[in-house]
Ligand binder design. Structure first.
Ligand code: XUL
Ligand code: CO
Length: 438
């Protein structure tokens, strides 16, 4: 047995809602069946490598605070392999089925691209072994095309064609390892694909380059034989003032404009939705309406702080609304619930990593049960269905099926004289009904 990084903590078990054990699940019971499927398969939890393993708790005003015995600061491959073992010990003890990485979280940057690739190959081989030993699977991989100074002007949208090539090479390699590790999918988050000022930016040319980049990725995916979906993760700002993939609607428009829609779904993140001025549920519904709801980055922001605080989700309204949209869209297939979340700077102890994930998983488990109960009850869905009943027959059905013209509508309206039977939207009643299930 190799060195243990969490020696005082054993596997986290389900103990039920009356348990007072901080290191036990109160609601997440992986085998419990909800709507005919085990919770494990509904929720498909994943732990992120970056915040969990690499996050040190630093902010722009202070150094890192977190106790992380695997962070030696050496930046060597040996160090990265230790970190991989710590990661798998953590995910295994937590009982999450999946994890996610950026290429440069798992392996260090080299002095050249060839050296970076070599580093990645060494750590990738260890990940493959750890996956086989533990049964933990890769939900998705992604390339970190935003940390290195070469990406200061963007990666695929850089003003430099040389930088575009580095970005392409990095994605190519990250895709190869995602495929080798049997990843369920692959994510693109455009960390610096945007601008800080339009004074120096050819927006159209940059968007065209991004479209070209994605087509090249699709071609390479085909060549590799990788079958998992590509996801774009929308975010409106941070680090740039404006990011091109600003929200679900902007991503869908980009994908449609460049003929890429059939190859991509979206990975929707709560804190990114709020930064865009939307609710998470809005983003999920927009993605779902386009048949592009793929996966979620489960976190939350703080409404009083205007930045991406990436907190663990512990709000039952949030998780139940998310699970309602997910269940209504048919549930996850290749996607899952990825905790793109970090513990607060003040929560610096090792066990805080467990407390945070347990809180997130329990809150999602309750969200799932609440959403299933709301669906079983049927009053909310029934209200919505009934609200649109004028479209089920008569002139409504004719309009929906494309068989009515403006003249037909005019004839209908003239015959009616006025609309006299409008009904209440009943928002407050519906909110009270929702509360019955919380
Ligand atoms: C950044 C963010 C990323 C992506 C993956 O805000 O969410 O970590 O999830 O690159
Ligand atoms: Co994210």
């Amino acid at each position: 047995m190799s060195k243990q990084f969490f020696p005082g903590i054993s596997s986290i078990e389900f103990e039920g809602r009356d348990s007072k054990n901080p290191l036990a699940f109160k609601h997440y019971n992986a085998d419990e069946v909800v709507e005919g499927k085990a919770m494990r398969d509904h929720l498909r939890f994943a732990v992120v490598y970056w915040h969990t393993m690499r996050g040190a708790g630093g902010d722009m005003f202070g150094w890192g605070t977190a106790e992380r015995p695997w962070q030696t600061g050496e930046g060597t491959v040996k160090d990265a392999i230790q970190r991989a073992r710590a990661m798998f010990e953590f995910v295994g003890k937590l009982g999450a089925p999946f994890y996610c990485w950026h290429d440069r979280d798992v392996a260090p940057h080299g002095k050249t691209l060839a050296e970076s690739n070599k580093n990645f190959d060494a750590v990738g081989a260890e990940l493959k072994k750890l996956q086989a030993d533990t049964g933990i699977r890769l939900l998705w991989g992604t390339a970190q095309n935003f940390v290195h100074p070469r990406y200061m002007h963007g990666a695929a949208t850089s003003c430099s064609a040389d930088v575009f090539c580095f970005a392409a090479a990095q994605v190519k390699k990250a895709l190869e390892w995602t495929h080798e590790l049997d990843g369920e999918g692959y994510v693109f988050w455009g960390g610096r694909e945007g601008y800080s000022t339009l004074l120096n930016t050819d927006l159209k040319r940059e968007m065209d380059h991004l479209g070209r980049f994605m087509h090249m990725a699709v071609d390479y995916k085909r060549k590799l034989g990788f079958k998992g979906p590509f996801y774009i993760e929308p975010k409106p700002k941070e680090p740039t003032k404006h990011q091109y993939d600003s929200d679900a609607a902007a991503c869908l428009n980009f994908l449609r404009e460049y003929g890429l829609l059939e190859h991509f779904k979206l990975n929707i993140e709560t804190n990114h939705a709020t930064l865009a001025g939307h609710t998470m549920q809005h983003e999920l519904e927009v993605a779902g309406a386009a048949g592009a709801l793929g996966s979620i980055d489960a976190n939350t922001g703080d409404l009083l702080l205007g930045w991406d605080t990436d907190q663990f989700p512990t709000d039952l309204y949030l998780t139940s609304q998310i699970m309602l949209s997910i269940l209504n869209s048919g549930g996850f297939t290749t996607g899952g619930t990825n905790f793109d979340a970090k513990v607060r700077r003040e929560s610096f102890k090792l066990e805080d990593l467990f407390h945070a994930h347990i809180a997130g998983m329990d809150t999602f488990a309750r969200g799932l049960k609440i959403a299933a109960a709301i669906r079983k009850d049927g009053r909310l869905a029934g209200f919505v269905k009934n609200r649109y009943r004028s479209w089920d027959s008569g002139i409504g059905a004719k309009i929906e099926s494309g068989k009515a013209s403006f003249s037909d509508c005019e004839k209908h309206a003239l015959k009616l004289g006025e609309v006299n039977d409008l009904e209440s939207g009943r928002q407050e009643l519906l909110e009270a009904i929702y509360n019955e299930f919380i």
